[in-house]
Design a protein around this ligand. Structure first.
Ligand SMILES: [Zn+2]
Length: 705
């Protein structure tokens, strides 16, 4: 659930300093000032710009020329007829260009303070309006959903341009585009980085209505996914039996996938059940699933023959239509694509959603991400891991074994003991809140740092599994949402809460201890996920289970490395598919849902055959296409594998050093570009090698020769 808020944040104009649209990274493309057909952009010509710059130099002296040239050009790119005529533009620049260095410094400080207020209150207000939906504080009212959908800041961007605040920033502070940050960032001062983030706050000018259309498309896709449940008791095996228990309702894909994982508790006994779940997934991907069985407990379905019949408890008899779902899955994704095309029109600087995701949100070029994923997929260690899985299962591998779950360290521990330990320590939500300083001290944080962090983290009762929400201003707190059922927290809840705590600690460091709030945050989502994984992987250690025995700890580390590699190997192909689908959409903008489906299925199988078939020995599986994120989260999937890679870069850095000290040192760098940040954090770029190395070493210690 942690990803969800981040995704929402990235499609809303203003949610937190790390937010894309207000606080994104890069800027501008068109250097010519030439109008691009069908897009909304400035109309001020180069000669008109030159005249304005000449007037500013005449007024303030030759010393301002370089700044004036850049600022006037930046403002001109965004100046539209509604903002005034070319003469109005000249007059505006004459009045609002700040030449006096002391006034410029005060103006910079004012932007820094005011943007913190805007972002901070946007986060706090959205959090308050969504609380009844997200927190378990009683039954939500119908009106709560509408409040949750209401983003009071949807029009902030419009308003900032209308009020000319945005132009004041564009005229006076540099907007550095990604290539400039990549080429020159290494030599930037802290102030230059902060100014780059200030300028980037106004690099998009997309009308509120277009943003709302985007939010609507994502919400609709989200709603489709959120209600896509399979009632497992209604599934019939080939022999007519019902292999799954009554009351089991699994959401696609999370619930179906996690059930396949859980079934490894008895690999041979549960094999037929795993195969049946696989058939369900294939019908969803191919949309051959009968529409009547989705989210419906009154219809029985035999996935092998694809025949439906009235359920045992159906009140009405008679035939039930076995008609397939009419490619709705792909229609929802097309809706999202079309909503992004509307944004494209207003985004001449980042003309596609792919540009916005990679150049603005991630600041990691698409080709670099693709290469990282391929580094994982082609690592020779994958075959060795597969061989170990084959040996452990005692059978040839099947496609769903990409979700093999037997390397979890907890699978070696007794779940009841873990549950009892967690329950005793955290009987209620207040105990979780009170327990944070102790967890942090056990991780090595100094008592005063632990107290400082804990004082900025508020624990709330989650409706879902849990999530973490950072603050947008220093006077506010990060929120950790977690589930504590009556009778106390269980191990599963604790495991997720530790993940969310990792996010919260990062969020507090990067807001409250970074030297400028303009640099709040980490480079992108993958960097915070990596910290969350680091915390999550220490959960049993922190409970004091097996922590007294160095051999047990080493074994847990080895298992964790092999497990993480296998998960990363699996999700890397999913990330490649997500990227391929968006590239295809931009080449085929008029595609029908059926055409999109055909591409997704064939591309998933092609990626499978290239990277997975040689490792698992199964050919042509479309399984990579089951992920729901591909439909409703808009190119989010590549962040998962990259997050795991970064986790192991952190781990190598922590090894033999203080985790607490290193984490704080990394975090207070603030939001640099990913490669620049990683250079400072671990002395090298983002890389797949530490995870691959850890998996190789882990395998060695699990298979001693
Ligand atoms: Zn997370």
């Amino acid at each position: 659930m942690h990803g969800r808020w981040t995704v929402l944040a990235s499609i809303m104009p203003v949610v937190g300093l790390a937010c894309v649209t207000l606080w994104g990274g890069a800027m501008m493309a068109a250097e010519t000032g030439k109008a691009v057909k069908g897009t909304e952009r400035g109309f001020i010509t180069r000669p008109q710009e030159d005249a304005v710059v000449g007037a500013l130099v005449a007024q303030h002296g030759a010393g301002v020329e370089a700044r004036a040239r850049r600022g006037v050009h930046q403002a001109a790119l965004y100046w539209r007829p509604a903002d005034g005529t070319a003469e109005d533009f000249a007059a505006y620049c004459g009045q609002h260009f700040v030449a006096d260095p002391r006034l410029l410094e005060t103006t910079y400080r004012r932007f820094e303070a005011n943007l913190e207020q805007v972002s901070g209150h946007a986060v706090a207000l959205n959090r308050a309006l969504r609380e009844p939906m997200e927190c378990d504080t009683g039954d939500p009212l119908p009106v709560d959903l509408r409040f949750a959908e209401l983003n009071v800041f949807d029009h902030f961007n419009d308003d900032a341009f209308a009020a000319k605040v945005a132009f004041d920033a564009l005229l006076n502070f540099p907007l550095a585009r990604l290539p400039e940050l990549l080429e020159q960032g290494a030599g930037f001062t802290r102030r230059q980085w902060a100014e780059a983030r200030l300028g980037a706050a106004f690099q998009m000018r997309v009308p509120g209505e277009v943003r709302q259309g985007e939010t609507r498309a994502f919400t609709r896709a989200d709603d489709y996914i959120a209600n896509y449940n399979i009632f497992m008791h209604n599934l019939l095996a080939a022999d007519g039996s019902r292999p799954f228990p009554e009351g089991m309702k699994l959401i696609s894909h999370w619930g179906l996938r996690d059930h396949i994982k859980a079934l490894y508790s008895d690999p041979l006994g549960n094999l037929d059940k795993q195969r049946l779940v696989l058939r369900v997934m294939e019908h969803i991907i191919h949309q051959t699933i009968p529409a009547a069985v989705v989210n419906n407990p009154r219809v029985d379905w035999a996935p092998v023959t694809n025949v439906v019949q009235p359920g045992a408890d159906a009140k009405v008899g008679g035939a039930i239509s076995g008609e397939r779902e009419p490619d709705t899955r792909y229609a929802r994704l097309l809706d999202v694509f079309h909503a992004e095309q509307a944004v494209d029109r207003f985004s001449p600087v980042f003309p596609t959603f792919i540009d916005r995701r990679f150049q603005v949100d991630r600041e990691l070029p698409e080709a670099e991400v693709e290469q990282l994923l391929k580094d994982v997929l082609t690592a020779p260690v994958a075959r060795e891991v597969a061989a170990l899985i084959r040996a452990r299962l005692g059978r040839p591998l099947e496609a769903f074994d990409i979700w093999y779950d037997g390397f979890k360290p907890r699978s070696a521990l007794d779940v009841d003991t873990l549950d009892a330990k967690v329950r005793a320590r955290y009987p209620d939500l207040a105990a979780v809140q009170a327990g944070i300083p102790d967890i942090l001290k056990r991780m090595g944080f100094a008592p005063d740092t632990a107290a400082f962090l804990a004082s900025h983290i508020v624990v709330d009762p989650a409706r879902g599994a849990g999530h973490a929400m950072g603050a947008g201003m220093r006077s506010d707190s990060a929120h950790l949402r977690t589930r504590v059922p009556a009778g106390g927290m269980d191990y599963q809840g604790y495991n997720i809460a530790m993940h969310e705590l990792g996010h919260c600690v990062e969020q507090v460091f990067t807001l409250n201890r970074v030297d400028s709030v303009l640099l709040n945050g980490v480079p992108n989502t993958a960097f915070t996920e990596a910290f969350a994984f680091v915390f999550q992987s220490r959960d049993t250690d922190l409970l004091g289970v097996g922590a007294d025995d160095e051999a047990a700890r080493a074994r847990a580390r080895a298992l964790n490395a092999v497990d993480t590699f296998w998960m990363t190997f699996e999700i890397s192909g999913v990330g490649l598919l997500d990227m391929a689908v968006w590239r295809w959409l931009y080449v085929h903008p008029k595609a029908t849902p059926a055409e999109l489906k055909a591409f997704v299925v064939s591309q998933a199988a092609a990626i499978w055959d290239q990277y997975y078939a040689p490792v698992l020995g199964v050919k042509g599986s479309p399984l990579l296409a089951i992920y729901s994120h591909m439909i409703s989260s808009g190119l989010y999937l590549p962040d998962y594998p990259v997050g795991h890679l970064i986790q192991f870069q952190y781990e190598e850095q922590f090894h033999g050093r203080s985790l607490a000290g290193e984490m704080e040192r990394m975090c207070v760098q603030g939001r640099l570009t990913p490669q620049q940040w990683m250079q400072g954090a671990v002395g090298g770029p983002v890389s797949a090698q530490p995870l691959i190395r850890a998996a190789q070493e882990g395998l060695k210690s699990l298979n001693p020769r």
